[in-house]
Write a protein of this length. Structure first.
Length: 155
């Protein structure tokens, strides 16, 4: 009987000892996370596509401004109030259509560029075995900066 009790205590002691050692070993190891940061503002500033899109947008806004100036000039020459109202309505509709088309085109192109940037960040992070990528402006400390590597892909 004493041998059974002694064997039971030895087995229980072995389980407790093994569990304690395992808990200590697990609690002292840091998780294997690699975190990267990306400065999106720098990538956007250096992007040739974004700069080209801005120039295109400015040209189209200048074209719209010339349409507005033409409308003002034509309306100011007219003396008949009904014709003035018709011209105002005509140009208002034309300008609204142009503005809507301009906004839709700009948003589609901007979304495509944004998707390209996100894809480049994900691809670079995966190739460098990062678990997480955060915007640089939200991180106070830590993380490897991969902005330059992503910027090379985007250009």
């Amino acid at each position: 009987m004493k041998k059974k009790i002694l064997a039971t205590f030895i087995i229980i002691g072995a389980f407790v000892g093994g569990y304690s050692i395992n808990s200590i070993a697990v609690s002292n190891t840091a998780p294997e996370y690699k975190i990267a940061v990306v400065d999106i503002a720098t990538i956007i500033k250096n992007s040739k596509e974004i700069n080209a899109l801005k120039l295109e947008q400015e040209k189209q806004m200048q074209n719209m401004q010339s349409t507005i100036n033409k409308a003002r000039e034509e309306i100011s020459k007219e003396k008949d109030p009904t014709k003035i109202a018709q011209l105002e309505e005509k140009y208002r509709n034309q300008i609204n259509k142009e503005k809507l088309a301009l906004d839709e085109s700009y948003n589609k192109k901007l979304t495509a560029i944004d998707d390209k940037i996100k894809t480049a960040v994900v691809e670079k992070a995966r190739s460098m075995h990062y678990n997480m990528v955060l915007p640089k402006n939200t991180v106070l400390f830590g993380g490897d900066d991969i902005t330059e590597q992503v910027a090379k892909i985007i250009q």
